[in-house]
Design a protein around this ligand. Structure first.
Ligand SMILES: NC(=O)c1ccc[n+]([C@@H]2O[C@H](COP(=O)([O-])OP(=O)(O)OC[C@H]3O[C@@H](n4cnc5c(N)ncnc54)[C@H](OP(=O)(O)O)[C@@H]3O)[C@@H](O)[C@H]2O)c1
Length: 277
């Protein structure tokens, strides 16, 4: 068995919507210093095989080994996919989970991933029998050693409460779009902190233009010799959010990682937490 990484990184590089640039941007992100890579076996929005090519290039160049990286991918229901499915849609959901993960391991040229995430429950409000079947299948994959940890994405507090009452085990991760207007997903984040679940936040910049373009925040950023984007990522870490970035820019990769070394005054963290919700 390979040496397995036990830690979760401070920042995750997201590979959605990169298409032909996926391999080069994945390699660039690892060169820049990212050690967490997020993808999905959902060809409609991700090119997971391209991520695998980027990883291979990084390994060849000696920048990182498999054990240095935290690789996360997702199982996506058919309704979230286009015609390029990573499983037989006539098979049971449990079999679809197994086929999807086997295909991900093939794309990423590894025999385990670090985190396997349910891309979204089958219903907008409920935890259905389909979700229960998928979750049990994901747990079996974890028990078989093909993923270290499990996660769920695009979930509400209600989903998490239903999941908790239906199963003996909660996920290690929740990955959600994080709107400042909803207190940066306050309800879900507090469930996560009560249950020792790591909350991963995406669209921290794109979902929150009212924060990034807020003139007082721009002024504070300038005083700190930082950018508003860096303050948002630094704020996220300060309140316990593990941030994702999907930047395609080498400069922004450096800035995003550098945001981890910024220390925000407590008053600024409180002001940002309540500025839009
Ligand atoms: N679970 C899900 O359903 C789901 C959904 C969406 C996303 N995700 C994951 O989350 C990842 C990130 O997605 P996202 O929605 O957060 O971001 P994104 O759509 O990839 O976009 C990030 C945006 O922020 C900009 N940006 C990044 N760093 C910046 C900086 N320092 N200064 C200025 N602009 C900066 C980028 O522009 P530049 O490229 O010019 O830097 C880009 O426009 C995805 O790749 C995917 O892995 C998951």
């Amino acid at each position: 068995m390979p040496a397995k990484r036990s830690s979760v990184p401070d920042f995750i590089y997201g590979t959605a919507w990169k298409e032909d640039r996926t391999a080069a941007l994945t390699e660039l992100a690892i060169r820049a210093g990212f050690r967490g890579i997020d993808t999905a076996n959902q060809r409609r929005h991700y090119h997971e095989a391209g991520v695998g090519e980027g990883l291979a290039a990084a390994y060849r160049a000696g920048i990182a080994t498999r054990a240095d990286l935290f690789l996360q991918t997702k199982f996506t229901y058919q309704r979230g996919q286009d015609h390029r499915l990573p499983y037989d849609p006539t098979a049971s959901l449990a079999t679809q989970v197994t086929q999807s993960l086997a295909s991900s391991l093939d794309h990423l040229a590894t025999d385990y991933i670090d985190s396997f995430v349910l891309h979204g429950p089958s219903s907008g409000h409920d935890w259905t029998d389909a979700d229960a079947e998928v979750w049990e299948a994901m747990r079996k994959e974890r028990d078989a050693g093909r993923t270290r940890l499990l996660g769920v994405s695009n979930v509400s507090l209600q989903h998490l409460e239903r999941l908790e009452s239906a199963h003996a085990e909660l996920p290690a991760f929740v990955q959600n779009r994080c709107f400042a207007g909803l207190g940066w997903d306050r309800e879900v984040r507090s469930f996560c902190s009560e249950h020792k679940i790591t909350y991963q936040g995406f669209s921290l910049l794109t979902a929150n233009p009212e924060v990034v373009q807020h003139p007082p925040l721009i002024a504070v950023a300038a005083q700190m010799n930082a950018t508003p984007a860096q303050l948002v990522f630094s704020f996220a870490r300060a309140v316990g959010i593990l941030p994702l970035t999907g930047t395609s820019s080498a400069e922004h990769m450096q800035q995003d990682l550098a945001s981890l070394s910024l220390t925000l005054p407590p008053g600024l963290v409180q002001a940002m937490e309540s500025m839009a919700g």
